[in-house]
Design a protein. Structure first.
Length: 282
């Protein structure tokens, strides 16, 4: 990743550390290029996870770096998740990186695991929220003193004004919940939402620096439900059919290779040997 505060503590003893590309857009190009090249040489393949909400300069620099290295061993992954959900996804990939998964399968797993993440926030105002649809009535009520809104950004956008009957659609499978408190004071997430979602555990984390900008306010409590167990994550990923990329020769899951963007070859296409090393840049 491009921010150190998005690298969550390890979930278990097998979770690999994240590599942080700091100040991607502000450091000299040659310096960042050398650093990324070194990471590729050390690990064989690199998965760079970047938020779509990252500054345009950061996204352009990442594409420039990949182009200059002329490498199909760098995957740029930009899942449409809020900051805390993105940090959780990166940690799940770090967990899976310790398993016997090839780099193409590991990189493809990011898109699969995104579907099992429920990410949202409790907000003190939706006046500047542009990531989730806000109607005129809700926008007007956000100016009323004491108003709070429960918002689900992923997997399906949902926004409700907080009240006795307020609820959000949660996962239909067992999860843990991670929450990060901003400047808003409330126990609704831990005392009401978490029990309604039947979460199996609740943990707290510092609020990511990008969260106030993403949600349009610093008066928030961000939350994310996720699958914590490595065995469950591994079973999900390995249950999906694999194919071999005809261009770079690695195994992938899904409709295209996340490293070279080639579509899966025909069943009789000749496979090439695949390297096994991989790293998650978080």
């Amino acid at each position: 990743m491009t921010s150190a505060d998005m690298a969550l503590p390890a979930q278990d003893e097998r979770t690999l550390p994240a590599v942080v590309l700091r100040d991607v857009a502000t450091r000299p190009l040659e310096q960042v290029l050398t650093e990324l090249q070194t990471i590729v040489e050390q690990h064989g393949h690199v998965i760079v996870v970047c938020s779509p909400a990252a500054p345009t300069a950061v996204q352009r620099r990442l594409h420039t770096l990949r182009s200059l290295l002329e490498s199909d061993r760098i995957a740029l992954f930009r899942p449409d998740l809020p900051p805390l959900g993105l940090a959780v996804l990166v940690r799940q990939l770090r967990q899976l990186a310790s398993c016997d998964l090839g780099p193409g399968v590991l990189a493809s797993a990011g898109r699969l695991l995104t579907h099992y993440i429920h990410a949202g926030a409790l907000l003190g105002s939706v006046a500047r929220l542009d990531r989730v649809p806000v109607n005129l009535k809700q926008h007007a009520k956000s100016w009323m003193p004491g108003s709070q809104f429960a918002v689900l950004a992923h997997p399906q956008p949902q926004l409700v004004r907080l009240g006795p009957e307020a609820s959000l659609d949660g996962p239909e499978f067992g999860t843990w919940m991670l929450l990060a408190k901003g400047q808003l004071q409330s126990d609704w997430v831990s005392a009401t939402l978490a029990p309604s979602w039947k979460v199996q555990g609740l943990r707290e984390s510092p609020l990511p620096a990008a969260s106030p900008g993403w949600w349009g306010t610093g008066r928030l409590i961000e939350f994310c439900s996720y699958l914590p167990d490595l065995s469950v994550l591994y079973q999900l990923v390995t249950s999906v059919r694999r194919s071999t990329c005809h261009w770079c020769g690695i195994d992938v899951i899904g409709d295209r290779c996340v490293f070279c963007s080639a579509t899966p070859p025909a069943p009789d296409g000749p496979p090439r040997p695949r390297p096994e090393n991989r790293a998650v840049v978080g």
